[in-house]
Design a protein. Structure first.
Length: 345
C-alpha cells in the first residue's frame, strides 16, 4: 500500500452524532474526541462562542446576547446551521487543528429517521468537509461496537438507549431482522426529574442539575442497601428565592417510571415480532444494553425480570456506537451494514 493510500485511510473517521454527546473515531487511532453536543452562538454576530464542554457549562447561564443550544433533538438534527458549526469544530479538534481535505465519514443515525432527516445529516457532513458519507443505523453500529457476532446467521438483541432515542433491534447476518426506534431516552428521564421536583417541591432546577441528580440518585430497580439522598438547590417557584431541598433515591426512581416503562414496552414488542429461531438465540445469548441509559442502576435487572431473558450491560456502553463506526471503517467484512452511501465531492 502506497504512502498516499495509507494517508487517505488514516483520515477516515466514524462519528456518533448523538443528542447528548458526539464521539469521533479516527482510523488507526481510535476514539479521538468525546464532547457534549452543545453550541453557544452570539446572537449579534451569529458566530460560535463555544462548542462542546465549554458550551454545555453555559446552558441556563448565558447573557441575553448568547444562545446555548443543543442542535440535535430526539436523535435528529433540529438546527442544521448549529450542527454544521459543531461538527466542523469537532473534526478540526480531532485533527489537532490541522487542515483536512475531504475525509470519508461513517455516521451513526437512529433507525427511525426519515429520508429528510438522513439528508440533513449528509448535508451537515458535507459542509463540515466530507468527501463521502456512509450512514449506519445506530443499533447495528452499537451491536458491532459491543462485540456481538452480527456477521453470523444468529440472533443478537441490542437495546441502545441514547440521549434522544432508544433503539431496539434484533440483528443477524449484518442486518436488522426486527427493530423499533422510540424517541424516549435519557432526555426524557432528565425531563421527568425536572418536572417532578417542580411539581412536588415547587423548585425550579436546570438541565445540568437534573442530570447530576440522575447520575447520583437515578435507578430503575430497588437495589439492596441503604438508599442515598441528595441536597438540591434551585429557585423556589412561590417565593422566587433560592432554596435547598433534600430528595431521595426512591423519589427519583418513582418519577422516572413512565419513560422507563416505555423503553421496556419497546423491548417486549420487538421480542414479540422476533422469529422463533432467532428468539431462541437471544434466550441463549441474552439482551445487551448500550448507550448512556444502560448505566442507569438496576435497568439490566428490571429488563431481565420483565422479559425473562438475562440482560447484560455492554463493556463500554457509552462508546459502542462510535466503536462500531470505527470497526466498519477498518474492516471490509462489514460491507452490508450501511443504510445510505453517498459520494459528495
Amino acid at each position: 500500500m502506497g504512502f498516499f493510500r495509507r494517508f487517505s485511510l488514516s483520515r477516515n473517521i466514524g462519528i456518533d452524532l448523538g443528542t447528548a454527546n458526539t464521539l469521533v473515531y479516527m482510523s488507526g487511532k481510535g476514539i479521538v474526541l468525546e464532547e457534549p453536543s452543545v453550541v453557544a452562538i452570539d446572537k449579534n454576530t451569529e458566530e460560535p462562542r463555544a462548542v462542546g464542554r465549554e458550551a454545555k457549562l453555559m446552558l441556563g447561564r448565558t447573557p441575553e446576547s448568547v444562545d446555548a443550544v443543543r442542535p440535535l433533538k430526539d436523535g435528529v438534527i433540529a438546527d442544521l446551521d448549529a450542527t454544521e458549526i459543531m461538527l466542523a469544530e469537532f473534526i478540526r479538534r480531532a485533527y489537532d487543528g490541522n487542515p483536512l481535505i475531504h475525509p470519508r465519514m461513517v455516521i451513526g443515525v437512529p433507525s427511525g429517521v426519515t429520508k429528510l432527516e438522513r439528508r440533513a445529516v449528509m448535508e451537515a457532513a458535507s459542509q463540515a468537509g466530507a468527501r463521502e458519507v456512509d450512514l449506519i443505523e445506530e443499533p447495528v453500529a452499537a451491536a458491532i461496537g459491543a462485540g456481538l457476532p452480527v456477521t453470523e446467521a444468529t440472533g443478537n438483541m441490542i437495546v441502545d438507549i441514547g440521549g434522544g432515542t432508544t433503539e431496539v433491534a434484533v440483528i443477524s447476518s449484518q442486518g436488522k431482522v426486527v427493530s423499533e426506534s422510540i424517541r424516549i431516552a435519557g432526555d426524557e428521564l432528565t425531563e421527568s426529574i425536572i418536572n417532578y421536583i417542580r411539581r412536588a417541591h415547587k423548585l425550579s432546577i436546570g438541565e445540568n442539575t437534573a442530570e447530576e441528580i440522575k447520575l447520583r440518585l437515578g435507578s430503575a430497580y430497588e437495589l439492596k442497601g441503604k438508599e442515598a439522598r441528595l441536597e438540591v438547590s434551585g429557585l423556589h417557584i412561590l417565593s422566587s428565592l433560592p432554596r435547598t431541598i433534600s430528595i431521595s433515591e426512591a423519589e427519583i426512581r418513582e418519577c422516572m417510571v413512565d419513560p422507563i416503562s416505555a423503553i421496556i414496552d419497546a423491548v417486549k414488542r420487538t421480542l414479540e415480532q422476533t422469529p422463533p429461531d432467532l428468539a431462541a438465540d437471544i434466550i441463549d445469548r441474552g439482551i445487551i444494553l448500550a448507550g448512556g441509559g444502560a448505566l442507569l442502576k438496576g435497568l439490566d435487572t428490571l429488563v431481565g425480570r420483565e422479559t425473562g431473558i438475562v440482560t447484560h450491560v455492554a463493556a463500554d456502553p457509552l462508546k459502542c456506537v462510535v466503536l462500531g463506526t470505527g470497526r466498519v471503517l477498518e474492516d471490509p467484512n462489514y460491507d452490508r451494514v450501511f443504510s445510505d452511501r453517498s459520494v459528495l465531492v
